[in-house]
Design a protein. Sequence first.
Length: 116
Amino acid sequence: QVQLVESGGGLVQPGGSLRLSCAASGSRFRLYAMGWYRQAPGKQRELVAQITSGGSTNYADSVKGRFTISRDNAKNTVYLQMNSLKPEDTAVYYCNAQEKWVSRGWGQGTQVTVSS
């Protein structure tokens, strides 16, 4: 299992930006596909964005053009840049590591609240 620690959440007004970070333990980070998920109250956890070990990305339709996922293998860290935030983006955001389609761990989550 890999240990994952998210940071960067908070309260932001609609239209604002936040950057989430997820730091991973161990030496296998570069082999992982990393994903950001979110879960709003009363809803199922959903995939927001994913980046493969090779750097390919995919996004949920609801965040395309607003969110950008990236990774820094030298720092064992994955980022989620969130722009033009909307109230419906409010959720707890989690990062996840996968290796060969098997989950290797989840972070504890970071709260993002978009409200005026």
